[in-house]
Structure formats: structure tokens, C-alpha cells
Design a protein around this ligand. Structure first.
Ligand SMILES: [Ca+2]
Ligand SMILES: [Ca+2]
Length: 385
């Protein structure tokens, strides 16, 4: 009778239902890495080295377009979720002596690699080394003169300069999706092309401050303001020690993956019945030493009822272990216990190194029907954000 009571009790305790703390988002500014521009009436000229790049239609009927490349991954960690994006740019002049008129400027993703080039002056120079109306690189032609870009519009803003320099900002759900894709697939990130829509409005041509950026300086170059939530990172142990227990089989590597390959221990000798006869210490190193959330996970089983699994995190500030969970040890079935230790996270992650240390103990709290019993650990991991 007692046996049944224990079994039911422990089965109900097996899974820890604590939910993770939501991750905190961050905002960064990714400045343009390189930018260029070109115009249809001078189809072999580029403006890659000029202090501005042009967009729109001039009063002399020249259609102008510009291209911008951002290295999203330079400031946003891989695996992050992009929450919002603003494409900001400054216009220092619009139109010319015959006046100006506003126009919608829109972004498209470029679909081919291009180079910036070194051309200066407002109509560009034929330098043969950068993007022009005809060429992506000076050597490789666009498939379509005027640049290869997606039909999908990444975002639009109405540009009508009143007191230059004026700052404009584009944001849209499509822009978020595009920047997310640029982060996830940097090999197909060729930046954005900006053009007017329609391209028939004389005097809509604008001078957009480039990264070479005079007279207002590079702080006015095109930039992406990106809000993102870092993705979770999972790590396995660097090492483990059996604080107590008798080795049966397996290696540290067997704890990396849930694959029914196990690290196995039998009970060691204890001085007091309250001590755990199997006590395993796992050491890991997080990718950063100040994560916002942390879970420790263990998948394991034992081959008898009546055992309890006690999970402890090492507190680096007090140099003592703290019990973070107590669960019935799963009898004959692999069960994963996920323990959220985000509360007190600063104590559990060593400053400067990112080290984490978790101790798992198995001891009898019920009637044991088998001796020596065996602990089988299939997987141990820490998940941090
Ligand atoms: Ca440039
Ligand atoms: Ca395994």
C-alpha cells in the first residue's frame, strides 16, 4: 500500500511547471556600412564616394536612385527576434533652382551584390569601380538597368523637404521582416535600394546624406534603429565531477543530447541518511556573464521508486549551493525537468566568466525496492538569454 502512495505522489511531482521570465528587448543603431547612388542620364557614373546619394527626379529629368548596405549582424546577435525597425535618413536638399516638390520615397531589397565605388560630384563619375545605373560593380551589369531589386516595397515615406536637413523615417511590418531575413540569412543581404514613386515628378530629387556625409557629418548617414529580443542560447557542460557516487558507465558527452545514451552512477557511501548517495556536479560557461534569464534542464531516470532528485545552483557570491528544485526522480522513464533560475540569476552566473555550476543529488525519500539503484542522466543543459 505504501508503495502505491509513493509512486503516485512522485509521478505528480515530476515536471516543474515554472515558466521562464520574459526576455528583455534591446535597441541598437546600425549605421550604413556603405552607400552609393546613380542616375539614368549618366548611366556609367557612380556616386559611391560622394557626400550625398540622390533619390528622385531632378529638374533636368534625371532619375536618381540610391543603394544602402547594413551589416545587421554586427550589432544584433544571431538568433534574435526583430521587434521593430526604423530606416532613418537625412535630406540636405531637394530639387534645385526651379523649385522642388515632394514625393514618396520607397525601399526595396537589392537582389544582387554591388560595390560602393568612389565617384564624387552630384552627377557622379565614371570610375568603373562601383554601382551605376548600368552596372552593379562597374564590371558586372545589373540584369535590369537601374538596379536589381524586389517588387515588394519594404516601406515608404513622403519626402518633402522644408527646412533642411530634414530627417525622415521609414517603418513597416515588411521592413521588420526584411531586416529579420538579413540577420538570419546574411548571404542574401544586399541591402536596400531607395527610389521615388512615381519617378516622374520633376524637382523631387533629394540629396540624402551619405556615410561620407558632409556637411552634417557621418552621424547623419542612413541608419537602422532596431529593437530586438535576443534569442535563447543553449549550452552543455564543459565538465562534471561525481561529488558522490560509484561510476557505472558513460561520459560527459552522453549528457549533451537526448538520445538515450546515458551517464550512469550507482550510490556511493554516505555518512548521514539525509545525504545524497549520488551527487553530480556539472560546470558550464554561458556565452555572456549577464543574461536576463536562465533555465537549467536535466533529463534523467532511475530504476527504482522512492528517490528524490534535488537540484542546486552554485551561488558565486556566497560560495554555497542553493536548492532550486526538488522533484520525484522519474522511475524507468526519461523525464526532463526544466528549472527557471532567473530569480537570483546574478548569483548563479559568475561575473566575468559566465560560469554556471549545477549540482544534482539523488537520495531516498521513500521505500526503496532495489539496491544498488542506478541513476541514468541523458541530458543536462543551460538555456540563457
Ligand atoms: Ca558612399
Ligand atoms: Ca544522452
Amino acid at each position: 500500500m505504501k508503495r502505491i502512495v509513493y509512486f503516485v505522489l512522485f509521478a505528480a511531482m515530476v515536471v516543474d511547471a515554472k515558466s521562464p521570465v520574459p526576455a528583455i528587448s534591446e535597441t541598437v543603431q546600425v549605421n550604413v556600412l556603405y552607400d552609393g547612388g546613380f542616375l539614368n542620364l549618366e548611366p556609367n557614373n557612380n556616386l559611391g564616394g560622394h557626400t550625398h546619394v540622390p533619390v528622385g527626379r531632378s529638374n533636368n529629368n534625371a532619375v536618381r536612385r540610391s543603394v544602402f548596405y547594413f551589416d545587421v549582424g554586427s550589432q544584433v546577435p544571431a538568433g534574435s527576434v526583430i521587434n521593430s525597425v526604423q530606416f532613418q535618413f537625412d535630406v540636405v536638399q531637394q530639387g534645385g533652382g526651379n523649385g522642388h516638390q515632394g514625393a514618396d520615397f520607397q525601399l526595396h531589397r537589392v537582389t544582387r551584390a554591388w560595390t560602393e565605388g568612389t565617384g564624387g560630384s552630384s552627377n557622379g563619375e565614371n570610375t568603373g569601380n562601383g554601382a551605376t545605373w548600368n552596372s552593379a560593380t562597374g564590371a558586372v551589369a545589373w540584369s535590369t538597368p537601374g538596379g536589381d531589386y524586389t517588387a515588394v516595397v519594404s516601406g515608404t515615406v513622403y519626402v518633402n523637404v522644408t527646412s533642411p536637413p530634414d530627417t525622415f523615417s521609414i517603418s513597416s511590418a515588411q521592413l521588420v521582416a526584411d531586416v529579420q531575413d538579413m540577420l538570419d540569412h546574411p548571404q542574401t543581404n544586399f541591402g536596400f535600394l531607395m527610389k521615388a514613386n512615381p519617378e516622374t515628378l520633376n524637382g523631387s530629387a533629394a540629396r540624402v546624406t551619405s556615410r561620407e556625409g558632409a556637411p552634417f557629418g557621418p552621424e547623419n548617414e542612413a541608419r537602422l534603429i532596431i529593437d530586438f529580443t535576443p534569442g535563447a542560447t543553449e549550452i552543455n557542460a564543459d565538465s562534471f565531477t561525481a561529488f558522490r557516487g560509484i561510476y557505472v558507465s558513460g561520459t560527459l558527452k552522453d549528457t549533451f543530447v537526448s538520445d538515450n545514451e546515458y551517464l550512469k552512477y550507482n550510490p556511493g557511501i554516505v555518512l548521514f541518511p539525509t545525504e545524497a548517495p549520488v551527487w553530480l556536479i556539472f560546470n558550464g560557461t554561458l556565452p555572456n556573464d549577464s543574461p536576463t534569464s536562465l533555465q537549467v534542464e536535466i533529463e534523467s531516470r532511475v530504476n527504482t521508486v522512492g528517490l528524490t532528485l534535488i537540484s542546486e545552483m552554485f551561488n558565486w557570491n556566497t560560495s554555497q549551493y542553493a536548492i532550486v528544485a526538488t522533484n520525484g526522480a522519474s522511475f524507468n522513464n526519461d523525464v526532463t525537468i526544466s528549472i527557471d533560475v532567473s530569480t537570483g540569476i546574478a548569483n548563479y552566473v559568475q561575473s566575468g566568466t559566465g560560469a554556471v555550476r549545477t549540482r544534482f543529488g539523488w537520495r531516498a525519500t521513500g521505500v526503496i525496492f532495489l539496491f544498488p539503484w542506478t541513476v541514468c542522466v541523458d541530458r543536462v543543459a543551460w538555456i540563457s538569454q
